[in-house]
Ligand binder design. Structure first.
Ligand code: NAP
Length: 295
């Protein structure tokens, strides 16, 4: 029985960061990422601290604004307005989800961010640009998946891709990015009939369902590339907390390549956020320089 190639995220993420560092050379300002978090949900605390820490590690400026759960929508909108107008801020990331019961509406807050500073790539303007094939900031997890496939030399042209997820964060933008790479894309979801028949068609199978052991070996075509985006927290038989994806452990015996969880898509997402911050800074500097040019 053969074992799938381990698509480790760290080397691919480092290659992406090196590209970002190269693009930072010669910029007249240091890219600056501002992360905003409401409340103290442990997962959100850990994600936001990790993002600012990694940003500083690669030479970006970064700060974390921590707000109480009592923060009103008006206060959040005022803060976003201030950050939008501040030329020293290249990228704004508002950590989602907001804690249950907090007043600000996630959608209204995301839409208040200047699309040029929307380093999460979730603003409707950037979503539209993605589907229109125009340049713009791309969502970090889907763009990270594409960078990972590039790093491992996995070409998508002509391949049948099945993505089990239709969220704004993962499935929809990833479908657009994979179409751009000339894949034939199917999106599956909770209402898909005969899931196994659908996933068995995939040369490249992406799963982001959020359910342990959702993808069994019988659902995977022999030799398929499997990208497991999900992060599920479980307690193992020894009572220890552990992170796992959607794939049953035996998928490794059917696939030709498989992303580990943790250590697969996760590092790509963070690196893409930092890459986007550099892109945003570069674009803002170019726009400002153009405005200063005489007619
Ligand atoms: P989500 O919005 O809850 O999306 C889950 C998707 O799975 C939906 O499209 C849902 O279908 C589908 N689904 C649920 N149950 C299903 C079933 N029984 N059969 C088929 N499809 C089913 O979650 P998300 O925000 O996209 O995140 C998905 C997972 O990715 C989570 O585990 C999250 O932690 C992980 N994630 C990881 C990263 C990373 O950096 N690695 C980044 C983002 C997210 P419907 O649309 O029909 O409900």
């Amino acid at each position: 029985m053969s074992t799938a190639l381990n698509l480790a995220g760290d080397p691919a993420a480092e290659a992406l960061l090196n590209r970002a560092k190269e693009e930072m050379q010669g910029l007249s300002a240091v890219p600056n990422l501002v992360v905003v978090r409401i409340g103290d949900d442990p997962a959100s605390v850990s994600y936001t601290r990790m993002k600012t820490r990694r940003a500083k590690k690669v030479g970006l400026n970064s700060s974390l604004i921590e707000l109480p759960t009592t923060t009103s929508e008006a206060e959040m909108l005022e803060l976003i307005k201030k950050l939008n107008l501040d030329n020293a801020v290249s990228g704004i990331l508002v950590q989602l989800p907001f804690p249950k019961g907090s007043e600000p509406d996630e959608k209204r807050i995301l839409e208040a961010i200047d699309p040029a500073k929307d380093v999460d790539g979730l603003h409707v303007v950037n979503v539209g640009r993605l589907w229109a094939g125009e340049p713009g900031l791309r969502p970090c997890t889907p763009a990270g998946v594409i960078s990972m496939l590039d790093f491992y030399g996995i070409d998508l042209a002509g391949k049948r891709v099945v993505i089990v997820n239709r969220s704004q964060l993962v499935g929809k933008p990833l479908a657009a990015l994979m179409l751009e790479r000339n894949a034939t894309v199917t999106i599956a979801h909770s209402r898909t009939a005969d899931m196994k028949a659908v996933t068995l068609e995939a040369d490249v199978l992406v799963t982001a369902v959020g359910r342990v052991n959702f993808i069994t070996p019988e659902m995977v075509k022999s030799g398929a590339v499997v990208i497991d985006v999900s992060i599920n927290r479980i307690t193992d038989l020894n009572g220890e907390a552990k992170l796992v994806g959607d794939c049953h452990p035996d998928v490794v015996n059917v696939a030709s390549a498989l992303t580990p969880v943790p250590g697969g898509v996760g590092p790509m997402t963070v690196s893409h956020l930092l890459y986007n911050t550099v892109q945003a800074c570069k674009q803002q500097l170019a726009t400002r320089a153009k405005l200063l040019q005489p007619e």
